[in-house]
Structure formats: C-alpha cells, structure tokens
Write a protein that binds this ligand. Structure first.
Ligand code: MLT
Length: 263
C-alpha cells in the first residue's frame, strides 16, 4: 500500500489487529526483512512496516535521508493510519530513527525496542568511509553497497549455516535505489549523538544485541540499557547484526515477553 507523506510516496504494509507496532528496517534493506516478525507478532498486534524513502518500493526523496526525516515519515504514517500511539521497533538505522522519534514525537510512543543499534554518532573516519561508499554507489550502483555491507551484517553462524539468508539479504540490498542509498549514507553520516537522548526515554524499552554483532556489539547495548531508565537488555546467541533474521526464534521470544508485560 502507498501513503502520501510530506510530499513523498511511502510504501507500507499492515498485518494483524490490536495495539500498533511500528517496525523500522536497517540500511540498506527494506520492510521485507521483518517477515519472521510479522508471522510471530500479528496474532496479537497490528504490525505496521514501511520502506524508508529510496528503499524497497518507496521512491527516493529529496536530498539526504536524515534520521529526523525517517522519524517524521513514521509519525506521518501513524497519522495516515489514524493510530495515536505505537510501540516503535527499530533495527540499526531504524533505531537511529527511533532516537529522533523520541526527540520529536515522544507522545506517540507506547514502548520502544532498540535492536542492533547504537547511540553513538559516526566518527570522522566512519564519515569518510560513507562518503567514499556513496561515490562508489554513484559510479557502480547499489552492488557497491551490498558488497560493503553483506560481509558485516551477518554473523559467523549465519555465514556458515545459512547461506540462503545471505543470498536473500543480497537480493534485498540490490532492490534499493541508487539515489536512496546515496541519500541514506549522507543521513547516516550526519546523524546526531543520541547518548543525551537515552535518559529522556520515558516508555518501557528493550535493548537487543547479539553475540556476533560487530556493528552494534553487546557492550554498547549494555551501556545504552544502563542509561535508559527502567529498560532491559537481551543479548541473543548465534546471531549478528541482523539478529531478527539470523535467530528469529530468540528475537521473537525476547520481544514477545517484553510486549506481554507492556500490555
Ligand atoms: C544498518 O544496519 O542500518 C547499518 O549498519 C547502519 C550503519 O551503517 O550505521
């Protein structure tokens, strides 16, 4: 389905009924990376997912895809669906957008799941690498981004035992638009330091990392949890950065337990 939000066409999907969950995918992926969660959560919740501008079936927007832009599109989608509040679930880039959502739309939050994400901004070296990758994407297309990210986003267990998942992720990444990837790299590089936001989070929060995640490792998740009042943390086994896909049983169990308490 498509919604017109702040001048952009946003592709989204809604499954199930009940209180709303709003799922935000990572870079450079799309809403299909939440499929195992739709199956697990939609019997008791209204599961809303959308493609960030330039990913999946949402065309690119206009300029850098900032985390604030994604957060505002998320709030716009809640308006479009006439939903007052939702539990916001963001993976990696989706989590960065979650911090922006806390700063800009806190009244729309019923709870928060920050999965495989980090509060730290890019350092100068990371910004340089993003600019370099954006140039490669400009020249060679989104293959350059898939080549750069695929080896980093899955853990050793997945690489060894689940090559089919790696291939599915490659196909997803190749489905992003060139301009969307370039715009998101600019937005990721420019994102704010969200550490000061952590203590402002006033809703029940679950922080998730996984023991093979080298991008947003367990220690950073524990540090975030310690800074978010009343939050909890789950470190999942046998998974890397895409923990919801690599170990969906453990991810779904942790989130379902959290959501049950929230209700
Ligand atoms: C993601 O999964 O969204 C990316 O790893 C985020 C990033 O590159 O910082």
């Amino acid at each position: 389905m498509k919604a017109r939000i702040a001048g952009a066409e946003i592709n989204y999907d809604v499954q199930g009924d009940g209180p709303a969950l709003l799922l935000l995918h990572g870079f450079p992926c799309d809403l299909t990376t939440w499929q195992p969660q739709v199956e697990a959560l939609a019997s008791a919740w209204r599961v809303v997912r959308f493609d960030a501008r330039g990913f999946g079936a949402s065309p690119p927007g206009d300029g850098a895809l900032t985390m604030e832009r994604i957060a505002d599109d998320a709030a716009g989608l809640l308006d479009h669906l006439d939903l007052g509040q939702a539990v916001f679930i963001g993976l990696s880039m989706g989590g960065y957008a979650g911090f922006a959502f806390v700063r800009r739309h806190a009244e729309r939050l019923r709870g928060l799941v920050l999965t495989n994400t980090r509060a730290l901004p890019d350092d100068p070296e990371a910004r340089r690498r993003r600019a370099e990758l954006a140039e490669q994407v400009r020249q060679r297309g989104v293959e350059a981004a898939a080549e750069a990210f695929l080896p980093k986003v899955v853990g050793d267990t997945t690489r060894r035992d689940n090559p089919a998942l790696v291939e599915r992720l490659r196909a997803t990444m190749l489905g992003a638009s060139r301009q969307g990837v370039i715009d998101a790299l600019a937005g990721l590089a420019a994102r704010a330091d969200s550490r000061p936001t952590l203590r402002e989070i006033a809703v029940p929060t679950l922080v998730i990392s996984a023991d093979e995640d080298g991008i947003s490792p367990p220690d950073e998740a524990r540090a975030m949890q310690a800074a978010i009042p009343g939050s909890r943390v789950a470190i999942l086994p046998r998974a890397g950065h895409m923990s919801n896909l690599e170990n969906p049983a453990a991810w779904n169990a942790a989130v379902l337990a959290f959501l049950r308490e929230l209700r």
